[in-house]
Each structure stands twice: as C-alpha cells, then as structure tokens.
Write a protein that binds this ligand. Sequence first.
Ligand code: F6P
Length: 548
Amino acid sequence: MSQSRLTTTPQWQALKQHFAMIGSKHLRELFAADAQRGKQLTVEDVGLYLDYSKQRVDADTLRLLRELAVACELPRRIEAMFRGDKINTTENRAVLHVALRAPATEEILVDGHDVEPDVHEVLDRMAAFSERVRSGAWLGHTGKRIRNVISIGIGGSDLGPVMAYEALRDYSRRDMTFRFVSNVDGTDFAEAVRDLDAAETLFIICSKTFTTLETLTNAHAARAWSVAALGDEKSVAKHFVAVSTNAEGVAKFGIDTANMFGFWDWVGGRYSMDSSIGLSTMLAIGADGFREMLAGFHAMDEHFRRTPLEKNLPVLMGLLAIWNNNFLDAATVAVLPYEQYLKRFPAYLQQLTMESNGKHVTLDGKVVNYNTGPIYWGEPGTNGQHSFYQLIHQGTRIVPCDFIGFGQTLNPLPAQGGGDQHDLLMANLIAQGEALAFGKTADEVRAEGTPEALVPHRTFEGNRPSNTILAAKLTPHILGTLIALYEHSVFVQGVIWDIDSFDQWGVELGKQLAKTTIAELTAKDEPKLAHDSSTNALIRRYRQLRDG
Ligand code: F6P
C-alpha cells in the first residue's frame, strides 16, 4: 500500500520547521511576550467563550495551521458536507446530521430529494407521542399511565441519549424514571428493571440497523420480562416502541411500525442523538426543550459553515488538536467538565472522537504515516483533581485538557464558610489551567522555604496546554451547541488527516469472531478449536469455570 502524502506537503513541512523553533518555548515566555495574549487568543460566539491562549501556539502557528487547512481544502469539504455530498466514501453515504437540526424552511437534498420535510415529519410524530406519554394519555396495557421509560440501545444509540438525559436532568420530568440498558451483560437489564412495575414501563428499542446483537438480545429480554408480568403478548403494542432505519427488522421483532420512529442512513450512529434516537431525551425534557437543543446545534452549524477560519470555534479546536497530536506528540486529550450534569460527556465524546478518527488509512486507502485520532477521556472536575491530575501536572506525558465550565449553576448552594459553592467549583477550574500552564519553578519552591531534597518533587514544570470553554448556564440550547462544537472539530481533524470520519469498519472483526466463539462456548460437547493457543485455552478454561 502506498503512503499518504500529507507530511510531504509544504504546509506540513512549514509547521514542522516552525515547531523546531517554538516547540520548546514555555507558555511563560509566550505570555510575557504579549500582555494581551489572554484576551487575544479567545473567541466568543453562539454562547460559548473559548480561551485557547494556554495552547503552545503563537500567531505564526495559527496562520500555518490555517494554511494547512486551506491546503487540505477544509472550506470545500465543509460545504460538501452541508450540501449532502456523499463524503462518507467507504459507505457511499451523505453525512447530514446537520439536516436533523436545520429549520423546516431549509432545503437539503440527498440524491435530489429534500430531506427536511422528512426530518420535521418525524420530529412532529415524536412530539405528539411524547406529549401523549407525558400527559398520561398514552396508557399501558392494563390502563396505567407510563411512569418509567427504558431506552435500550448501544454505542451511538445509547451514549448520546444517556449523556443528554444526565446533562438535562434538571429540565426533566422528575415524576418519571428514565433508565438506559446497553450492555449484553444481563446485569445491566436486570438492575434496570428490578424495582419497576411492568404495567407502567415503556421500552424504546433504539437501533439504527436493528441487527445489533446486544440491543436485540436486551430487547428480547425486555419483551419476555414485560409479557411475563402483563400476561399478554398483545401488551407489546403499548409497552414497546422502536427507533430505527430498518422497518422490516422492527416488524419482525413484533413492534407495530406505527410505533416506530425512523431516521436515515445519512445519520451516523454517533451523530444521531438529535434524531429520533433522542426520543428518550424528548420524553424527559419535552418537545419544546428538545427543539431548543436542536436550535443550539443549528447555531453552531451555522457558525461552523459561515465564520472565517480564524474565528471559527470548531476549526480552531480541530486545528489545535492537530497541533497537539501531530507536533507536540500528545496521544490523549482529557475532557474535564466542571459541571456534574456533564458527567457522561467524556464517555459520549469517546465514541464521537475515537470511532470517527481512529483510522489508519486515507480516503483513498493509503496508509497514514502520522498519528490520527488521539484518545479522549475524562471525568468531571473537581473529582479528577484528586485522582489523575497528578500525572497531568507532573507526569512525563503531555495531556492537553479541555476545561468546560458555566457562569451559573443549576443548583446554587451557599458554601461552607461563606460565598457560593459554585464559585468554589469554578475557582478550581480556573486554577487548574493556570497551574498547568505556568507551573512553579524550583526557585519559587525554594523561596517558600522547601528543604532542598524536596524541591524537585514540588516543582511543576508547567507548559501544559489547555482550552477553557465557558458558557452562561447549562441549558438544552447550550448543550446542543457544545456537542456540535465537538462534532465539527472531529470533522476538521478528519479532513486534515484525509480519513473517513464517518465509517467504523474497525468494529467488525471482533463482532465476527464473537459469533464463532459463542457457538464454541455453547456447544454441548468439547468443540474442536482452531484458534491460536491463547484463545483455545481461554475457551476451555471458561467452559470449565462455568460448568464447575
Ligand atoms: O458497533 C459499532 C456501531 O455500529 C456504532 O457505530 C453504532 O452506534 C452502534 O454500533 C449501534 O448500532 P445500531 O444503532 O445499529 O444498533
């Protein structure tokens, strides 16, 4: 296989030369050289304030990164996505999550067909259904109203809905219970239903393909549990709805397609939480709240499409990620929301970023000779500070951080000893970015009277890059904006690396092998195993342990 030419382009080479000069410069020097830096290297639009002044860049770095973006035809690729071109080339599909949140008046064509009326027809059906459930007009089989909603799905059909439910809990119906089942581990399902009354429980089976092993297995477990409790197969009609692109599969499972909410092959699983996959979100926060969230996504879409590169939030985030990944050689990114409601945001971003950009060949199949998608991970602050921040501050690796915080909390509490508990939280966010960037020199440590033997241990070298993203308050609107920021930043990175950010062939091999392995684990007699010696031994040992 031939190799990608990205690193031989003049723009990449220029960045490499530039890195040789700036790479060892300390953020202390960069800030000392420009008193306005902390104001200059910021952008505020669509409700988000991004401070990227603590990235190890200067004006030349930013210019060279933009030149790279232009050389990689980023503006043309952005337009191609919005226009509905089939930019997911390995699956020959358009990539139009942006159509899910565009106004009904917009026309977006896929193969000459305007998809907006379809999008809004489904949204209206979702709204009508949600209203019936929330108002108590939709009754269960025995005539009781629905009080529990369990969404069954996995990957993109789960992570977005879970994250959004947690993020928007404050806006949700507190008299209803929302749970999510994804893992094929039966414990996930068993724990979700153990204290629920089947007569009050509605299952949403979410699967784009309606063929996913985990989801169908859990859906069958749910039907068995529900029908056993309600004593009638006919109850399925009142207790099961589906979200899918596969009407045939839904009907085969036994769900009336009148109770199915569709979406389309031009919505990738990890980009689908704002499609009907978000039905649980709409049930939780209501149709108006859901539409507010869509408006937030759309605001960022418009910003991304129309703002010049130097002020474009997702472009900046994406290009800075390239700089950190490919020039500073940082292998991971920590996402650190200082907002408890965003506790599942890092987990959601793991799929969005890593399933999108964990690729090793270019669009035309050439092997890349540079690193692509970094590893995303994180936890809410301040919890992470008492756990892994040690490594971020003093370890040997660079871990660029995205700090996310809000001006206002949804739960104002007075702090012990006066002040506000939210100020305490935000003081921590701000202090962490400062500590990472500027550190503490050995001389500063000595000046504090620290014994010489401890000086190296208490020195912080600093120069550790971070973004800080601030917004006024976590609302459905701002959640949409924030998610779209990351979606488009992932796209920007994929364009530079010249990879297909919208396929996921890498998940297939494990799925195939699992099918063979299931047959071997469940075979009555000792099966003939033709795997490697480790896999054969594991299968034998598992069977022994299971069978006692
Ligand atoms: O296995 C990966 C994957 O295909 C994801 O891309 C997707 O989000 C998930 O499985 C679930 O797929 P489905 O919605 O078709 O059940």
